[in-house]
Design a binder for this molecule. Sequence first.
Ligand code: ADP
Ligand code: ASP
Ligand code: MG
Length: 438
Amino acid sequence: MKVLKFGGTSVGSPKNMRAVLDLITDGDQKIVVLSAMSGTTNSLVEISNYLYKKNKYTARIITGNLEAKYKKVVAQLFSSEENKKRGLEVIRESFNTIKSFTSGNFSEVGENTILAQGELISTQLFALLMSEKGYKTKLLPALDFMLIDEDKVADTQYIRKNIKATLNEVGDADYYITQGFICKNANNEIDNLQRGGSDYTASLIGAAIEADEIQIWTDIDGFHNNDPRFVENTKKIDKLSFNEAAELAYFGAKILHPQTVLPARVSNIPVRLKNTMNPTDSGTLISADSDGQGIKAVAAKDGITALKIRSARMLNAYGFLKNVFAVFEKYQTPIDMISTSEVAVSITIDSTQNLPGIKEELTKFGTVEVDSEMSIVCIVGDIIQEERGFAPKVFRALNGIPIRMISYGGSKYNISVLVPTSNKKETLQALSDNLLNS
Ligand code: ADP
Ligand code: ASP
Ligand code: MG
């Protein structure tokens, strides 16, 4: 069985939903993971933010506008009056849930419940459409089998066991429709896999059912060698290895949620990226094979903070790095890049939630400098093949760019540089012009 995931734009209008229906109904049994219709999760985040700020009035206005939009979708999506009524019932239930939080106190549980409504609506409407057109379809409630633990890590054993149970429970169908993004957490509350998480849902399900292939259907023809939102003349890549794709996704390529590749890599299930708007294009295939062509692509991750800890005695004093790392461990803050000199170590983090505490503790070991609004630009490929010429090529391409840190040699798949976010676009364009397309 295959697992197919369709993103926000792919299900972003009644017309697009019908196109997805035509695309998936080839008679092969499959699990279809859907995102919320495009723009919905952003609106739900906005509603939650106003509720946190106790601005219930604005939260209610945005809720009302979104509900009106969905009523139009229902009117255009279904043919029969009965299904239009059922569709409105789906909308009413979700919006009643959202409105129940527009009075009283607001917390993370409320936020996560609101954020879940986008996927709950899109999947119920789509499953209803499938049934209206006569396809044997069942809805698989993701909240019955998708689970994250106390550390917010997906519980793959639980997912494996419970998706099988859920498939048995809902009974035989040709097409199973389920929600991306949403899950339960260790407290049995509604939670999610972070923004863009539907990709991750698809690969977790793919691994759990030992799928033949995981397909990520989106609004572009595949993985490009640079970020098309910032750079001109990006090119589609036909093949990537799991390792290359994992580095690119982790370091910011928005086309894939950062964790998507991991379950597929562990279970050796190919991931294919396809364009819903141009389904005959072959897309990008991510698999265990590398096609060994040196540098493949670059990606950038924003929101990075760099900390430089300078001490009179660093490298000579064993235990220094251990003490520094212990601070990040204590504050449960992952480190992305590291570089060292005799007297200082520079470290980057992508979460500033605990920065004040981290900074205070680090000052015990030396002076601490903080640079915010930085971006990691990551250059990915099967680098060993070009070992001799690789680093000079990258540095020539980056001539004139103010580089704050460099990381090379951590794996054979990437070299990363840290630049101010204000120089990111220029850095990406320089890499396209001087390295990828030359
Ligand atoms: P979906 O809603 O289908 O999940 P996303 O917006 O999350 O779609 O991801 C697709 C978008 O990712 C593309 O439209 C493109 O703008 C952006 N993107 C960023 N980097 C890349 C890249 N390297 N290759 C392709 N698309 C990329
Ligand atoms: N709807 C969620 C988001 O917008 C998840 C996803 O689209 O993958 O982040
Ligand atoms: Mg996405």
